[in-house]
Design a binder for this molecule. Structure first.
Ligand code: XMP
Length: 321
């Protein structure tokens, strides 16, 4: 924890107090992304302000396979949190038409998120507070707190200035990733949710290089689901902090059903790290890579080539954009 030394229980109590005092009786909106950061924030805020909390889950079309349904089931079901699920895939794709620059992609997505929140907030009436799952590495890498900017995280650097919320609440902004998980456990979040790998706010959009299209995103979603399934089947998910597929927008010649084809490449990336600031690639077995390669190239139409990313961080970042 940055500049604080206290137990997790005490931290949660203090976070609740601070949410209550900053919200000052006003309703609170939470930007639920599906990741552990915003989930932890939502559960803290539910504890702090009860039914004054409303969560908005924006289905951008950049979620992993089945993710929207899983998030809705957990938060509406077990936690009885007011949840608004906004289906916004078409809207995001329209905004991103022709956008290929990674930073512009991130900024466009961040802005559109905020626009969606503002619209939903207006529908709800007066909502002064927006709760966000910003964590300390987001601040460091967005150039806040005296750090040099690496990339604009949509939680921080991509936030447009004409935001209409009066107050931004960031209760876990001083926590590192592992502390967020610890905090989730202390709050009673299911272990499977707490240990789920981090997923960037802009989602698959930063793993699908070049212009975003629905067919490419669907391909990536399927390839990613297969890779994750095989890692989990091999029991490796407990020791690998992040593993996912990327569609680098590279097409190449191959052979399908005896005829020439020209299809997409998928990259597999699996990384171990303690702090997400530096990381190493996992020496996956060739057998596992082989299984994943065969499955993706036969089960996902449009992908004919698989490569494995062996670059540590630095010099590469975890995400490709
Ligand atoms: P990089 O790619 O910078 O990622 O090495 C470090 C960790 O942060 C995650 N990440 C994000 N998380 N919003 C987030 O909440 C974002 O825009 C974002 N970009 C990257 C990444 O998945 C990795 O765990």
């Amino acid at each position: 924890m940055v500049n604080i030394n206290m137990s997790m229980e005490a931290f949660i109590e203090q976070a609740c107090e601070s949410i209550r005092s900053e919200a000052a009786g006003r309703p609170v909106l939470c930007a639920l992304s599906g990741g552990v950061d915003s989930a932890v924030c939502a559960v803290i805020a539910k504890r702090a302000v009860g039914d004054r909390l409303t969560c908005i889950f924006v289905d951008t079309g950049f979620m992993r396979k089945g993710e929207g349904d899983q998030v809705a089931a957990l938060f509406q079901g077990a936690y009885e949190i007011n949840l608004i699920r906004v289906e916004a895939e078409g809207r995001f794709l329209a905004k991103l038409k022709g956008v290929t620059d990674p930073e512009l992609k991130r900024k466009t997505i961040g802005e559109e998120f905020v626009r969606v929140f503002e619209e939903e907030a207006k529908k709800l009436g007066a909502v002064g507070c927006l709760l966000q799952g910003t964590i300390y590495p987001d601040i460091m890498e967005s150039g806040g707190d005296g750090y040099k900017q690496v990339k604009a995280h949509h939680n921080v650097g991509g936030m447009p200035l004409n935001i209409e919320f009066e107050t931004i609440l960031e209760p876990i902004r001083l926590l590192y990733k592992e502390e967020v998980r610890e905090c989730g456990r202390a709050l009673g979040l299911p272990e499977a949710y707490v240990t789920r790998q981090p997923f960037p706010g802009p989602g698959l959009a930063v793993r699908c290089l070049g212009e975003l299209t629905k067919p490419k995103l669907d391909m990536l979603r399927e390839a990613d689901a297969i890779f994750r399934e095989e890692i989990e089947r091999a029991g490796l998910h407990k020791e690998i902090q992040q593993y996912f597929a990327i569609l680098p927008n590279i097409q190449s010649v191959g052979i399908r059903n005896g005829a020439r084809c020209y299809e997409e490449t998928a990259v597999l990336r699996a990384m171990t790290t303690t702090d997400f600031v530096t990381a190493d690639y996992v020496r996956l077995s060739y057998d596992l890579i082989d299984t994943v390669t065969r499955r993706i190239t036969t089960e996902v139409p449009g992908i004919n080539r698989i490569v494995y990313d062996t670059t540590p961080k630095p010099p590469a970042t975890m995400e490709w954009e």
